[in-house]
Design a binder for this molecule. Structure first.
Ligand code: FMN
Length: 317
C-alpha cells in the first residue's frame, strides 16, 4: 500500500519552497509514496521586503506565539498520513508566524497525533530556540518528531547579521562591498544537496513499521549545531520574551506608544548583538577545553533526533 506524506510549507522569497522541492523530488518520483502539499496562506500577506518598523514590530507576537491568522486549511489536512514534513523558517528565534498558526489550527491535533513528523528549517543560522518551541508544540499535539533537517546561511555569523536583514528589508540578497559580504541565504548547492534527505526517506518509508519512531536521516548531516551561538540564543530569546510582553501591553502592532518603545528596544538589540554575541562566542572559545563534556552534551541534545554525523552524506548524491 502507498505511504502518504503531507508537506506543510510557506515561504516569502521562495527559498523554503526551493528546499522543499529538493527534498520532495525523490518522494514524488516514488511509486510507493503519495505526496500532498499544503501551502499556508496568511489571511493578509506579510510584506516582502519588510518595511523597517513592520519587521521589528512583528517580534512580540512571533515570540509569544500569537500569529496573524491563516486562511482555512485544505481538506487534505483532515486526513491521516504516514509522515508529515513541517517546513518552516525562523522569525526572531521562534517558529515563523504561519507555521505557528498552522499548529494552532483545529486540524493540527487530528493530523499530527501519533504521526511521525520531520521538521525542515531554512534560516540564517539561529534556529535552536525555535526548534525547542517546535518540539514542545509537537509533544503537546502528540506528534512523534523523528528527524530535523536544518539548512543555514554558511557565511560568517557576523556577516549574516548584515546580509540577512539587508535581504529581508530590501529584497536584495547581495553580495555587498565587492563580494566581501556574500549573498544572503542558503546556497543553491546546499539546496540541491538537500535531495539526499528525500532519497533516504523514499528508500526507507515504504518499508517502515507504523510505530517506528527512529530517525531516517542519521549520518546524513541533517543538522550542524553552532555551539558558539547557544548562549546568545538563550539570552536573546529571554530578552525577546520580556520586551515582547512589555510591547504587547503598550498596544497593538503599529500603535504609536509601542512604536516609540520599539525604537528604544531596537537600539538595545543592536547593542546586544554587537556585544553579547561576540563576547559569549569568545568566552565559549576560551573555556572550550574546560567545557568539552558540557558542549558535547549540548550538541547531542540540540542535534537530536537526526544527529550531526555526516559520514553518509558524501556517499549520497
Ligand atoms: C521577521 C524575520 C525574522 C527572522 N529572524 C530570524 C532568526 O531569528 N534566526 C534566523 O536564523 N533567521 C531569521 N530570519 C530569516 C528567515 O528564517 C528566513 O531565512 C528568511 O526570511 C527567508 O525565508 P523565506 O523562505 O520565507 O523567504 C528572519 C526573517 C524574518 C523575515
Amino acid at each position: 500500500m502507498e505511504k502518504r506524506v503531507l508537506i506543510v510549507h510557506f515561504s516569502q522569497s521562495g527559498q523554503l519552497h526551493d528546499v522543499v522541492r529538493s527534498v520532495a523530488a525523490a518522494l514524488e518520483a516514488s511509486d510507493a509514496i503519495e505526496v500532498t502539499h499544503e501551502l499556508l496562506r496568511p489571511q493578509s500577506d506579510y510584506p516582502f521586503p519588510w518595511p523597517f518598523f513592520r519587521f521589528f514590530d512583528t517580534f512580540p507576537e512571533t515570540v509569544h506565539a500569537d500569529p496573524e491568522p491563516i486562511l482555512p486549511l485544505s481538506d487534505a489536512c483532515r486526513a491521516r498520513y504516514d509522515l508529515v514534513i513541517l517546513a518552516y523558517q525562523v522569525w526572531f528565534l521562534s517558529p515563523a508566524q504561519p507555521i505557528t498558526a498552522f499548529l494552532d489550527s483545529p486540524e493540527a491535533p487530528g493530523l499530527l497525533r501519533d504521526t511521525p513528523v520531520i521538521t525542515l528549517i531554512a534560516c540564517r543560522n539561529m534556529w535552536l530556540m525555535a526548534q525547542e518551541t517546535m518540539k514542545q508544540r509537537l509533544e503537546a499535539l502528540g506528534a512523534r518528531l523523528i528527524d530535523n533537517i536544518v539548512l543555514t546561511d554558511p557565511a560568517l555569523s557576523g556577516l549574516t547579521f548584515f546580509s540577512t536583514p539587508m535581504w529581508v528589508l530590501t529584497g536584495n540578497k547581495g553580495p555587498w562591498l565587492g563580494g566581501l559580504i556574500p549573498e544572503a541565504g542558503v546556497t543553491p548547492t546546499d539546496i540541491a544537496r538537500a535531495s539526499r534527505f528525500g532519497d533516504a526517506i523514499a528508500r526507507q518509508l515504504p518499508h517502515r513499521e507504523a510505530g517506528d519512531s527512529g530517525p531516517m536521516l542519521a549520518g546524513l548531516g541533517a543538522v550542524t549545531v553552532n555551539e558558539k551561538l547557544i548562549a546568545s540564543e538563550r539570552i536573546a530569546i529571554r530578552s525577546f520574551r520580556i520586551w515582547g510582553s512589555l510591547l504587547r501591553l503598550l498596544g497593538k502592532p503599529g500603535s504609536p506608544l509601542r512604536r516609540l518603545v520599539l525604537v528604544v528596544y531596537i537600539l538595545f538589540l543592536v547593542t546586544m548583538i554587537l556585544t553579547v554575541v561576540p563576547v559569549t562566542a569568545l568566552l565559549k572559545a576560551l573555556f572550550k577545553p574546560l567545557l568539552r563534556e558540557r558542549i558535547a552534551a549540548q550538541r547531542r541534545y540540540y542535534s537530536a533526533p537526526s544527529g550531526e554525523d555526516f559520514s553518509l552524506a558524501a556517499a549520497a548524491k
